[in-house]
Design a protein around this ligand. Structure first.
Ligand SMILES: Cc1cc2nc3c(=O)[nH]c(=O)nc-3n(C[C@H](O)[C@H](O)[C@H](O)COP(=O)(O)OP(=O)(O)OC[C@H]3O[C@@H](n4cnc5c(N)ncnc54)[C@H](O)[C@@H]3O)c2cc1C
Length: 438
């Protein structure tokens, strides 16, 4: 295949990476280490300035790519306490698991602030030899004979920048590929809108409220009334001197129900079981971000002549988990790019090894397996809310001490259950749930 040559005076790169999030940074590190001339473009003033995550990095998969990263990476707390709160309007059923096994190396989950972590990670890519351009936006892909041969940039560097190939890692909105007509516009039904608040609180207050000691941390998944019963999730993460709270719902649901995500956040922060955790804190950041939650069926084509798509841009998210999928897809993209560049052939066929690695990895296997679960919730959007409400009313009756016999109390509970969910629906939903869990 023909190599693309730059005009005289223009620097030609072997690989341009669009987006210095965890996918782009991982690709940049591996390519630079392999001696490939790589340019990493980031529209924000620094890597991490535009990235949003709940706040945890998973140490076992991450250490395969970044050995013993916790020794030097800016990690906040070791997450040893995982809870799920199934919330009703004025109550919550709380399920939890604390494990001090996870408090020793290699740990399990470590809370991170993306604005700090991505900056540290970018330092590694730059030390390995990658060129990083911040405040530089890729406006368009350059297409020549249906082949991607660079990007048209604005900001810190303006105009056309050419390369043998491009790795598109621009996060949840793969607008460059959409605008170039390479993939279809992402459907609103495959996108969720999340908001996140970072709230400053003294370390000792966080430890006391979350029942933590030293550097240990907690994460709480919030379901049910957390999203006013709409299909979506919320969560709370502890950092050293901050607590992060986020909530998100599908874009289509928000539009159809005419609900503002900011209103859901305000209601969640004021919920009687959540508010005491945040009391007296100062909001230091308010962030909004999309998550492509369409699952396996919404993954677009990922390999083109002269380009591969990695991370959130390729819809590589399982539920709300995307960090490791982004990192691994970045590594696979770097492997395929390195081979193709060295062979002087960046055609779609030559880059197809990227797709094959995704197929063989946990990324496609898990996303494929999870396809049925996401389908179940798409077809039954109130499933979570219905059963969480039921669980809370049963728990209320179980906890209450009435001046009646146990037999009468059991009848009361049975009636409460069947009032909310008729027996036929209960059985049908149980069968559906068992089928998708197989
Ligand atoms: C609220 C929230 C909570 C989450 N919680 C978790 C969690 O607990 N666990 C988990 O695993 N995942 C979580 N995720 C998902 C996770 O954050 C993403 O999957 C992950 O960040 C994807 O990495 P990425 O590199 O593909 O994209 P990003 O991290 O979004 O990076 C994309 C980068 O590209 C840059 N960019 C975009 N367009 C351009 C352009 N035209 N030119 C130059 N630069 C550009 C952006 O500024 C950004 O820096 C969460 C996401 C959200 C929103």
């Amino acid at each position: 295949m023909t190599k693309i040559f730059s005009k005289p005076g223009e620097k030609h790169y072997q690989v341009i990476i669009v987006g210095a999030g965890v996918a782009g940074l991982t690709a940049a590190c591996f390519l630079a280490k392999a001696g490939i001339q790589v340019l990493l473009l980031e529209r924000g003033p620094y890597p991490g300035s535009k990235s949003v995550s709940g706040g945890a990095v998973y140490s076992l998969p991450t250490r395969e790519l970044l050995p013993d990263f916790w020794e030097e990476a800016p990690v906040e707390r070791v997450l040893v306490d995982q809870q799920y709160w199934l919330m009703a309007e004025r109550s919550a059923v709380k399920l939890g698991f604390t494990s001090l096994e996870m408090d020793s190396k290699p740990y399990n989950r470590l809370s991170i602030m993306r604005a700090v972590f991505d900056r540290w990670y970018a330092g590694k890519a730059v030390s390995a030899g990658a060129e990083l351009l911040t405040s530089c936006k890729a406006e368009d892909l350059i297409l020549e004979s249906d082949r991607v041969s660079g990007v048209r940039a604005s900001g810190a560097r303006q105009g056309d920048i050419r390369a043998d190939m491009v790795i598109l890692a621009q996060g949840a909105n793969p607008m460059l590929a959409e605008r170039a007509g390479l993939i279809k516009k992402t459907k609103a039904s495959a996108m969720s809108l999340y908001v996140k608040e970072i709230i400053a609180l003294p370390e000792e207050v966080i430890n006391e409220r979350f029942n933590l000691t030293g550097n240990r941390g907690a994460v709480i998944g919030l379901l049910g009334e957390a999203t006013a019963g709409l299909p979506g999730t919320g969560s709370i993460y502890t950092f050293k001197e901050h607590v992060g709270i986020n909530v998100g719902v599908g874009v289509k649901t928000l539009t159809r129900k005419k609900v503002k995500i900011s209103e859901l956040m305000a209601a969640l922060k004021g919920h009687p079981v959540v508010a005491p955790l945040l009391k007296g804190g100062t909001t230091v950041e308010y962030l909004a971000h999309m998550i492509p939650e369409g699952g396996f069926n919404a993954v677009p084509p990922l390999v083109f002549d002269g380009m591969v798509i990695a991370g959130d841009s390729g819809g590589l998210v399982n539920g709300t988990h995307g960090i490791n999928l982004a990192m691994y897809s970045g590594k696979f993209a770097a492997d395929a790019a390195q081979e193709a560049v060295k062979r002087g052939d960046c055609s779609r066929k030559a880059l197809y090894g990227y797709q094959k690695k995704l197929e063989k990895s946990f990324i496609f296997k898990d996303m494929r397996a999870n396809r049925e679960v996401s389908g179940l919730f798409q077809k039954n959007p109130t499933l979570f809310a219905d059963y969480i409400g039921l669980l809370n009313s049963v728990s209320t009756h179980l906890s209450m001490v009435y001046p009646v016999s146990r037999r009468v109390k059991r009848r009361l509970i049975r009636r409460a259950v069947l009032n909310e969910q008729p027996l036929g629906k209960l059985l049908a939903d149980a069968i559906k749930a068992v089928r998708v869990m197989r």
